[in-house]
Design a protein around this ligand. Sequence first.
Ligand code: BGC
Ligand code: NOJ
Length: 817
Amino acid sequence: MRFGHFDDRKREYVITQPNTPLPWINYLGCESYFGLISNTAGGYSFYRDARLRRLTRYRYNNAPFDFGGRYLYLRDNDTGKFWSPSWQPTRTKLDKYECRHGMGYTLIGSSCHQIEAQTCYFVPMGETLEIWKFQVTNRRKKPARLSVFSSIEFCLWDAQDDATNFQRNFSTGQVEIVDGVIYHKTEYRERRNHFAYFACSEKLAGFDTQRDTFLGAYRSWDNPAAVEQGKSFDSVAHGWAPLGSHHVKVNLKPGETKEIIFVLGYHENPVDKKFDPPDSQTINKKTVQPVIAKYLDCQNVAAAFQTLRENWDGLLGVYQVQSPDVHANRMVNIWNAYQCMATFNMSRSASFYESGIGRGLGFRDSNQDLLGFVQMVPARARERILDIAATQLKSGGAFHQYQPLTKRGNNDIGSGFNDDPHWLILGVAAYLKETGDWSILDEPVQFENEPGSEQPLYEHLRCSFNYTLERIGPHGLPLIGRADWNDCLNLNCFSDTPGQSFQTTTNKDGTTAESVFIAGLFVMAGKELAAIAKRRRQNTEAERCLAETAKMEKVIYRHGWDGDWFIRAYDDFSKPIGSKVCKEGKIFIESQGMCIMAGIGLKDGKAKLALDSVNQHLATKHGIVLQQPAFTKYYIEMGEISSYPPGYKENAGIFCHNNPWIIISETMVGNGNRAFDYYTRINPSARENIGELHRCEPYVFAQMIAGRDAPTHGEAKNSWLTGTAAWTYFTITQWILGIRTDYDGLRVDPVIPAKWKGFTVTRRFRGNTYAIEVKNPKGKQRGVKKLLVNGKEIAGNLLPVRPPQSKPIQVEAVLEG
Ligand code: BGC
Ligand code: NOJ
């Protein structure tokens, strides 16, 4: 069953019924002002940091799930009937409903009582505000006398404090209402120099800023007193819960349309110019008034919308494919790239599954997110790399998370996730391969955000590598620390106290438990570091890296191979995890993917053997589960992984993030059929038809799909903010389609289903556009034997870097097997 359809031409997903199984959301903004918006206009907005600069309030874990947002009300002033044109919050039956989520905008349209309405929500490029362009049309044969009410609830900035510190917060709220603009200025009187504003293009019939007045006692958003009576109270908030609501009266002749613009924004004033007059407590509005005036003008709004669209044309134009598979095409060309922008901006902070309060930017998460983002805006990727690296500890370890606003490491979570440092090497490698900008390696970067501690970025990479060498366990494998990529494999935790964080509790000294996964990651990252060192002519360093990775490979063969697959880890008793000798958790996905991606087992058939074991034990029709058999009880020595009921999350769920590791591994052994099959199993577009089972949005990947041990096998959860976005994008574009960035050029090495007759890709790369056609006349899965560049045959499969040309470079590749 479907709840909508794709409109690929417009790059939109069209939702045709409002009560989707879960909120199907979109993100507004892609620079510094962000909003989440659901298909019923639910969600909230913030400036840079979802926790510390929250503009609008959101209540979590609500019923309905999605409640609170950018709500408008329409009221027929002749009958007194009112409804929500976005369905929520009144949930009045609509005669027509359509939500179109597009690239950085959402359009919600509906019809009720023959009044048509459409709202376009978006954030203009370069601005810290959002626009709601509302159009209302009278489809009746007679005139309509209507009222429009807007509503948003302000958050008192720190979302955590806002949700808990009521004894203070019920007394701090302050607003100003001037010329129809509602200014939210809680705490502006003291240490904040920022405020929010909510403006409307029309003359107001009234306004409200005090929530309880607008709603009325014991009433809710589905029947606010002001809307029911058709008249605002002109309330001024003093403490309690400030909101913003405008009331506009609209009289429409038959067929007439009216456009109203609402602008919700964030503004900062210089500290010495906060007030106007200076000795008053009144916000200095001179700095913001021109911005408000600009966006209350329809033409400026239309131009800003056009700029947004063109920006996305540019971003998506970097890589476009035409293949025989519609699902791969639309994910690569539109949605997967778009999701990579969201994960780059949000990390794992703000979604309908991440509260925006708990997590900042993750060290490993953000580095991996670069794999799917770097081609879109390399300059931002560069800045991000330098920010992340500055949170690295002097030991080479890393703050596991940092706050985007302060760019400082988060002490609450701390460090000790022993895989973390290596992802920096991989993130930097991806950046170098995309851009060829070797200067980044010489950038001075602090350690632990400490002034004076600067070292070239390249030194940070060496520290990352050495970190593991200094933390080797009894088998010669890397010590795992608090956890490796799998945050729930907490082998030093041994927690028996409810509520303790599995990620930060450490009851063991950490000198025994080891990770085969980190061993594989070390080899992969070490090879990249060697390649980088070589190009910097640091041959001794390159050789050292290779010698260490070769040594680690031997250890993996000796202590990390179980006969048919790679072992996962050794616990605090030095007992293997992910081995035939285990009762539960005999085989894990992560070490198979990581060791093979590192090149281990490719020559002697072990890689193929491990992949066949994955196929036999872990693959399901909904994707590949994380391990088998699932843990049926809590094992104190394993930690959080065994806390989940079987089939969910890290306990044998289909943790989509690591499926691409297996897919890449399959391409490395030349198995295009299987690689693409696995890819399709988790591709949300290919799952659109099973919407009532999948439940999450069909246009973005989810972190998890319930595994075969779960009663809801096939049900997706935690959509949007997941490493799956970057890894699937990287996998399909670079490994299956095989147009792969490399230090010295662009490689053409597709590994595709035998039944594909070919495909084309346009790729912008280092100043040139490559128009690549891959032909597969003999039904092969791999093997470019002939590569023609502008009609001339070249040897090998690497397109060397060329000076920028105005015309696209024509490339033809033929698969001969
Ligand atoms: C989740 C993990 C997540 C971790 C860190 C756990 O509860 O299962 O997927 O990485 O929390 O917040
Ligand atoms: C989600 C976390 O954000 C990520 O860092 C971790 O690798 C996975 N969960 C697996 O536990």
